[in-house]
Design a protein around this ligand. Structure first.
Ligand code: SF4
Length: 538
């Protein structure tokens, strides 16, 4: 599809001068985007964006993709919906100035065009290029003195919670919600109303807006709750049997197939046979939580996660990799909240490698230390900076009270006894020596005939180095460098909000990358302003 290239004017009109003067006080990024739009969307990048339309695009408005990309950025900057973004292109002077449409009386694009553009960005991974482009722009604007910066990358990785956009429901409501989707879909296929379909299918629990209201039960009474659950399960069985008779062919095809699979998923993950069900056949809510428990019908990918031992959340984790020397965010990843941090590290590393710089130093918290990326960096001669695990053992001697010699592969206890160690294995001190030891009461509560044991980790060598690092002032200073990424995550949270704008991991990754791109542009803007006195002095 042929596009007219976006070639916004460079010189300022009087109206723009006036607007820019006001925007230097607040919402400064509008001014930055006005003055750097041509560098950000240079011809090469515009060509890349246009390549997203090579497959198809017939019937779409021929809006330059670079203009749409700018709208996508402005949308994130103000946190507005697609409908608002489209309106703002015609009613907000700041948007019009950035988009080079100050005299326009019609929107820059339709809502459908904007949604289609976002889908293409995601499909072609061009949202990653948008983020990379901000890093390239930082190099081009010379706002950083790259010659003085280290040749290799010093990167910090960390994550923060992103609450899911889907509604989180308890088991009864999840079952009701999933069943309602099935019934609505069947009603559509049959050309019936949902109420008629629910009645015919034998699931009257769906005749009210809320399943709990329809079942009219005292939900705080455990016995009444079990009875109500079993009534609902019987109605779900009735729905299943009715669909097999009424729509046997549609059962195996979308969209009905997908809705039924969701209902089966909820039943499987949340229900189990009740051993006290009286004669068998009873059902109860599962004890404990299934590992990959779905918590929302609307967003199938969001999960339960933990901020800490006591704080839980539902949704995703947003991970970023930040250049410690420039403050620029270089890569982003999003994972369901239940996934361990270490899973995001290879994704971030792959994106960093695309930028052609060697990763020489990685600053992480302990959640990422088990990632294979850590081994890769160490094998490549790089450094990993992380707080070591702190050994705990109540009031008894901890592992820290034992001297580990990694070169000799030995461990020496507080009483001077020496044992050989193997990585990833427990070492036990001689039981007879421990039995005679005057320090035994302070060392171990092992049963008679057993000596003190110490676990030697697979990554003991790294932990040993980290403990040594932590023991020096310079080392602790290096560990504190990671604070910079906590600030970046706080900025990202303010820009993007704490709740996800979209449903699904991939769409939220797009949103995180977009917010990160904006933060990078703000960093560049700040650096340019900071460098101005030096430039004028020169
Ligand atoms: S109890 Fe055993 S391991 Fe502990 S200090 Fe005594 S000899 Fe060493």
């Amino acid at each position: 599809m042929a596009f007219e290239r976006w070639t916004p004017r460079q010189d300022h009109t009087k109206q723009e001068e006036l607007l820019l003067g006001r925007l230097r006080r607040t919402r400064k990024l509008f001014a930055f985007l006005r003055d750097h739009r041509q560098e950000l969307f240079d011809h090469a990048f515009q060509e890349e964006l246009e390549s997203m339309y090579r497959d198809t695009g017939a019937g779409q408005d021929p809006v330059p993709p670079a203009l749409l990309a700018m709208i996508v950025l402005l949308q994130s900057y103000l946190g507005v919906s697609d409908a608002e973004a489209v309106e703002l292109t015609v009613v907000d002077l700041r948007w019009q100035m950035v988009l080079d449409r100050l005299s326009a009386t019609t929107p820059a694009c339709g809502q459908g065009t904007l949604g289609d553009f976002r889908a293409r960005l995601i499909r072609t991974n061009m949202d990653r290029r948008l983020l990379e482009r901000t890093v390239e722009l930082a190099r081009q604007t010379k706002s950083f003195d790259w010659k003085k910066l280290p040749k290799n990358l010093r990167v910090a990785i960390d994550s923060s919670p992103l609450l899911g956009a889907g509604r989180v429901e308890d088991t009864i409501n999840l079952l009701g919600h999933a069943a309602r989707k099935v019934v609505e879909c069947a009603a559509d296929l049959l050309g019936w109303t949902s109420d008629r379909t629910a009645r015919e299918a034998g699931i009257p629990a769906l005749l009210e807006a809320s399943v709990k209201r329809a079942m009219d039960t005292e939900w705080s009474d455990p016995i009444a709750k079990v009875e109500a659950l079993n009534t609902l399960v019987r109605q779900l069985d009735s729905l299943d049997a009715w669909l097999r008779r009424k729509l046997p062919e549609e059962l195996g095809q979308p969209p009905l197939k997908g809705h039924l699979e969701t209902l089966v998923q909820i039943r499987t993950q949340d229900l189990e046979p009740d051993p006290d069900g009286g004669g068998g056949g009873g059902t109860r809510i599962r004890e404990g939580v299934a590992a990959e428990r779905r918590v929302s019908i609307e967003d199938p990918e969001m999960r339960h996660g933990r901020k800490s031992k006591s704080k839980r959340f539902n949704g995703y984790k947003r991970h970023i990799a930040t250049d410690l020397d420039t403050d620029l965010i270089l890569a982003c990843a999003v994972t369901p909240a239940n996934r361990p941090e270490e899973e995001a590290a290879p994704i971030l590393k792959a994106d960093l490698e695309r930028q052609g710089r060697r990763l020489a130093e990685l600053h992480v918290d302990r959640g990422y230390i088990a990632s294979p990326v850590v081994d890769d960096i160490l094998a490549d001669g790089g450094e990993v900076i992380c707080k070591p695990w702190v050994p705990r053992n109540g009031k008894l001697f901890t592992k820290a009270d034992f001297k580990i010699n990694m070169r000799d592969r030995t461990i020496t206890c507080p009483s001077g006894e020496v044992e050989h160690i193997d990585l990833g294995a427990d070492v036990e001190f001689d039981p007879q020596t421990c039995a005679r030891c005057r320090l035994r009461a302070k060392c171990t509560t092992a049963a008679s005939g057993n000596g003190r044991t110490i676990s030697i980790a697979d990554d003991e060598l790294l932990q040993h180095k980290l403990r040594k690092l932590m023991s020096t002032s310079r080392g602790r200073e290096r560990l504190r460098e990671r604070v910079a990424i906590e600030h970046r995550l706080a900025h990202l949270g303010r820009r993007q909000g704490t709740r996800a704008r979209y449903r699904s991991t991939r769409k939220n990754l797009f949103d995180v990358r977009r917010a990160a791109a904006l933060l990078n542009l703000e960093v560049i803007d700040r650096r340019i302003v900071e460098s101005l006195p030096f430039l004028s002095a020169a």
